[in-house]
Design a protein around this ligand. Structure first.
Ligand code: S3P
Ligand code: PEP
Length: 415
């Protein structure tokens, strides 16, 4: 399937964002470990959370978690501390996303795990066996999801868990988010220094939990606000907390110099919301290290190119093992729109302002990556007509993205 997008001339819109899938999937695992009765509230309705709910409530085997990295990693640890044998599998891409670091860590702690197809990659057959816990050292520079997965089972282990993370710790806010949820459910878990985390053997307490909306999803509305030519545009996004533990809440500060101003409010029921308005661009160039907000990289690469703001973005090493190799995908697709990007060291992307010819009828490929579709859609403000291939990929984190764009006045035609 392909869609054609045309941008609205004016923009005044209020949207109810999806709940955070990162928080939903943590809350569901911790809720299951706590043996709670009442499910967390405002659980995301995205694919990545749907597969988590299904895995935790049904007895199917193999368990297919499709493309959800968090479900794959968190459930591998979860089934290691539970009875029975479970096979976890996923999409063809999931079978290329490495999991050896987590499997080695779980095996060292006593879990029985076999690779069903390829050493180091899903699918996995997990037969439990992990009960003691203790000390463990593992690399912190590949995916924070391995660390979050281990941390969440720490409180139910007899000796708790002490993790030493080697190398640069990437995606650190996601580890902090895990620790925050664990503490919200009564666990004791802290960084003891920059590279060490200690989890006490103190079981979770069932706790009513409300899940915030998703700051990563908000980033596409920031991009829309940055790119609309309507100087009086106003966008309201609901359910976003100013003091959120989501690392991607950094998006509001990062968009200030590139033309989007954020104000925080609360409605009469105490529900927070943000108002976005346009203000002057205050920078001629952007440099930023995305090591703590890898999911925002596509939003900023596309926004800066469309605004004609040259950039150098670093800390992108984890992008190569996400839904697709996002570095290659960005280079290939922006090239179609006449923006030659350059990669350095496998972890940097830069654009020096050079332009090349735009392809006629540019159709953006999405590589089974929701963020490719969502980040390229707002290009219709800069390119009169843009086409997106396989737009349904957005359901991984934001199933109603296209409906929300239509409500905001975008013309979307299925071809
Ligand atoms: O823990 C999480 O919820 C996530 C951690 C990040 O992955 P990495 O730690 O692999 O960078 C992020 O990219 C992903 O979308 C969600
Ligand atoms: C990388 C992502 O997800 P995951 O790793 O959980 O599949 C994402 O949502 O951008």
């Amino acid at each position: 399937m392909q869609i054609r997008l045309t941008a609205p001339p004016h923009l005044r819109h209020k949207t109810i964002l999806p709940a955070s899938k990162s928080i939903s999937n943590r809350a569901l695992i911790i809720h299951a470990l706590a043996g709670g009765k009442d499910l967390p509230e405002n659980v995301s309705d995205c694919d990545d959370t749907f597969v988590m709910v299904r895995a935790l409530t049904q007895t199917d085997d193999p368990i297919n978690i499709m493309a959800a990295g968090t479900a794959m990693r968190f459930l591998s640890a979860y089934w290691s501390v539970n009875e029975g044998t479970h096979t976890l599998t996923g999409t063809a891409r999931m079978k290329q996303r490495p999991i050896g670091i987590l499997v080695n860590a779980l095996r060292t702690l006593g879990a029985q795990i076999e690779y069903v197809e390829t050493e180091g990659y899903p699918p996995l057959r997990i037969s439990g066996g992990l009960h003691e816990g203790g000390r463990l050292s593992l690399p912190g520079d590949v995916s924070s999801q391995y660390i979050s997965a281990l941390l969440m089972i720490g409180p139910v282990l007899r000796k708790g868990l002490e993790l030493e993370l080697t190398g640069q710790v990437i995606s650190r806010p996601y580890i902090d988010l895990t620790l925050k949820l664990m503490k919200d459910f009564g666990a004791q878990a802290e960084w003891t220094d920059e590279q060490h985390i200690k989890v006490e053997p103190q079981p979770y307490r069932p706790t009513p939990y409300y899940i915030e909306n998703d700051w990563s999803a908000a980033s596409y509305w920031y991009e829309i606000m940055a790119l609309t030519p309507d100087k009086d545009a106003e966008i309201i996004l609901t359910g976003l907390f100013a003091d959120s533990a989501q690392g991607d809440s950094a998006v509001h500060g990062l968009f200030e110099p590139i033309g989007v101003h954020t104000e925080f409010f609360c409605d009469d029921d105490g529900m927070p919301f943000v108002k976005l308005t346009k203000h002057p661009i205050a920078t001629e160039r952007l440099e930023y290290d995305f090591v703590n907000q890898p999911d925002l990289a596509q939003t900023f690469v596309v926004t800066c190119a469309m605004l004609g703001i040259p950039f150098r973005f670093t800390g992108l090493q984890s992008l190569k093992i996400k839904e697709t190799d996002r570095i290659s995908a960005l280079i290939r697709e922006l090239e179609k729109l006449g923006y030659p990007l350059h990669e350095a060291c496998g972890s940097e992307l830069f654009w020096d302002g050079q332009r090349t010819e735009v392809r006629p009828h540019p159709a953006i490929d999405t590589y089974e990556d929701h963020r490719m579709a969502m980040a390229f859609a707002p290009c219709c403000f800069a390119v009169p007509e843009i086409y997106i291939n396989h737009p349904q990929v957005v359901s991984k984190s934001y199933p109603h993205y296209w409906d929300h764009l239509k409500e905001a006045g975008f013309e979307i035609t299925a071809l």
